[in-house]
Design a protein. Structure first.
Length: 164
């Protein structure tokens, strides 16, 4: 099969049961996405699939043919870190770093969702003026941090959201 990852087409020979996460890590050597729970509950494996947040441990790789997969390895550009990555560094949005790639990829997707006007469970108005702390917490609730770096993560995302 062909898999488009971070803008590059990659040819793979995979078992039909191979998850996207295992294809990325074991077959392509892209180890940024982490295998945390392997049940879609922690978010450590979050990637963007056609621009939408996806738990790579729950998706079969064969279903991704013809779609674009974006991982943490492809996020930074030639001019440096992505703004979310930079904010995580500036606001100490990580401790051990295990969940950080998934947190960052989820944050990038979350910011895009907000820009498109998607409401969250705590959205009080149809089109909120900005991302509040409760909004960010709710929208990022699918990503867990065992170290408890939530204060830094919230500060980083509040900073990025205020620049948008």
């Amino acid at each position: 099969m062909q898999l488009s990852v971070n803008g590059q087409s990659r040819d793979l020979e995979l078992d039909n049961r191979t998850t996207l996460l295992d294809a990325l890590r074991e077959h392509l050597g892209l180890i940024g996405s982490k295998k945390g729970c392997d049940h879609g509950q922690c978010g450590a494996c979050t990637v963007l699939l056609d621009g939408r947040r996806t738990n790579a441990c729950l998706v079969l790789a064969v279903t991704c043919a013809g779609r674009e997969v974006a991982t943490i390895e492809g996020l930074a550009g030639p001019d440096g870190l992505h703004p979310v990555q930079q904010a995580f560094v500036e606001h100490d949005g990580f401790q051990c770093g295990y969940c950080t790639p998934g947190q960052i990829m989820s944050a990038v997707g979350m910011l895009e969702e907000f820009e498109r006007g998607w409401p969250s469970a705590v959205t009080g108005e149809v089109q909120p003026a900005g991302l509040t702390a409760p909004e960010i917490r709710e929208r990022m609730s699918g990503n867990l941090c065992r170290c408890g770096a939530y204060v830094g993560i919230l500060a980083a995302l509040t900073d990025v959201a205020s620049r948008s």
